[in-house]
Design a protein around this ligand. Structure first.
Ligand SMILES: Cc1cc2nc3c(=O)[nH]c(=O)nc-3n(C[C@H](O)[C@H](O)[C@H](O)COP(=O)(O)O)c2cc1C
Length: 202
């Protein structure tokens, strides 16, 4: 079984990185393979544009037309083909990111927009049977508020067949004590192990 962790934070010394590593350990504890997309480290291109379809040469650029052709010919930009393969292979997809202005960092928004085109994301929902763990950190917004605003991120995933697990949200990060931070990291590891171990019931 495989977990894909999509990590959207520019630093390896951040709380987000520590949570990501704890989640990874939890999956490994459960005997799972973990694959990663560390978007900043990859220099991931966040904007969907014409370069995503290198063999589409018509003057009139239709994204739907270019997408369907690229899917059929396997001629999507290599960066997208690689992410699509990871998405197909994953049983669980984890998103780890800081909340920025009540949404996901632009690089993660771009990952969603570029990798789930018509013909891949829907109408045959590619995320059918996959579980999705959204894990984020925030400075101030209460958890309930974040669950509501992040529907802009979770709804399209549900539309494509993914089952959203209860969100893992760490908020008030700036006033957190060292003990609280440790306990959040321990919880993240346990949560990943539990989700993996009880995959069929989750
Ligand atoms: C551009 C930007 C926007 C932010 N917007 C929010 C926000 O809308 N709500 C919130 O609770 N925290 C917000 N924050 C705080 C971050 O969520 C917080 O710094 C981050 O979760 C800390 O994790 P890190 O140490 O791994 O970076 C924002 C921070 C930045 C840099």
């Amino acid at each position: 079984m495989k977990a894909l962790i999509v990590y959207a934070h520019p630093s390896e010394t951040s709380l987000n990185y520590a949570v990501k590593e704890s989640l990874k350990l939890g999956f490994i504890d459960a005997g799972w393979e973990v694959i990663e997309s560390d978007l900043y480290k990859m220099g991931y291109k966040p904007c969907l544009d014409r370069h995503d379809y290198p063999t589409f040469t018509e003057d009139a650029f239709s994204i739907d037309k270019a997408s369907l052709k690229a899917l059929e010919d396997h001629t999507y930009d290599r960066e997208i083909e690689i992410e699509m393969d990871k998405i197909r292979a994953a049983n669980i997809i984890v998103f780890q990111f800081p909340v920025w202005w009540q949404t996901t960092p632009a690089i993660l928004t771009g990952w969603m927009q570029r990798n789930f085109p018509i013909g891949f994301g829907w109408p045959d929902p590619v995320l059918n049977g996959k579980k999705i763990l959204v894990s984020c950190t925030a400075g101030n917004n209460p958890k309930e508020e974040l669950e509501t605003v992040l529907k802009v991120f979770t709804h399209p995933i549900e539309f494509m067949g993914g089952k959203i697990l209860p969100l893992l949200i760490i908020t008030k990060v700036n006033t957190m004590t060292a003990e609280e931070r440790e306990s959040e990291l321990t919880y993240a590891r346990e949560r990943a192990r539990e989700v993996a171990t009880n995959f069929n019931e989750a």
